[in-house]
Design a binder for this molecule. Sequence first.
Ligand code: 9MR
Length: 359
Amino acid sequence: MTLNRQQFLGLTAATTTAAALPVEGSLRGVAGRHGFMFGAAVRSGALIADPRYRALVTHECGLATPEGELKWNAVDADRGYDFHRAEAIQAMLALSGVRLRGHTLVWHNALPRWAELALASPETGRRTLADHIQAVMAAWRGRIDSWDVVNEALDPGEADGMRRSPAFRGVGPDYVEVAFRTARDAAPTAELVYNDYGLEGTDGRSEAKRRALLRLIEQLKSRDTPIDAVGLQAHLSLEQAFDQPSYAAFVRKLSGLGVDIHVTELDVADHSTEAVPVRDRRIADRAEEFLDAVLDTPRARSIMTWGLTDLYSWLNDWGRYYRRDLTPARALPFDASYRPKPMADGIRRAMRGAPSRAA
Ligand code: 9MR
């Protein structure tokens, strides 16, 4: 990306005040000392407009995922690639040593209408899928070394566990494999990740989804599909029961199939009407209990939260996820005034307590 003079000066001014090296107790610092990476989903608009947010991100994060800026509808809305918003994120974070993860190449959401139609057609599906993966990965080669190649392909309501997405319909049931093979060719050294949600509960749907995920990864591996890791999104909720031993067993089974594990979108929703300190404590406990289960396996490599401060959380943007009392969600490690919450301590404790792994 070429910056004009004004952008360059703005950036230099902003980054001289930001921490270039991880600070001792910061989440990225603790992660680094225990062989993990820590990061969060970030928003380009907020990074530009809100210097305190930018300082918090560079202080706490070694990794960042553009929350929407690399999705299909953001980069190729009208048949012509435009990466300006993602490149702005890169420019604002690179000088602080924050690495980017790419999210996401193939997903049934955030599709421009033309791509939805082209993917869903047997005549154009394969070509459209491959062209998109190649174009985006080539544009970011050397700048992004880990990609969510396929996102949310599973639907536990289907007998075969596969969501009837546009790509499933147009390319066929093997579209996940096609996507990973194309991705490996496009960027041979990039880490290729399958990412999904809804895996944590004790209900039948969560159980079915865990089984479907194990089946999918097993199938991909048995066909030598180039997949390196699984991203567990981890949109947790206090309303949902969590069984730590059985979840830990699931993660062990998953990693036993030969994939690394990333926590990619951690946050904790709640509808509790208890006092804020009580809610914050319970949210922190849930996050820690969840992370303890995941980090127990040595193949768990990174933790990312879906946002960093409660000020910028998707849970406050989407009507169907609003809290029932319409007060803002407190799902993230920092509050809306950028102060650390018990959840930040919980994440640190989980990383410190994890079985040791090579840094
Ligand atoms: O947080 C994201 C929100 O701002 C977007 O409007 C939405 C659609 O692109 O996606 C949200 O992020 C989702 C992520 O991409 C995939 N897993 C679920 C996340 C929350 O819905």
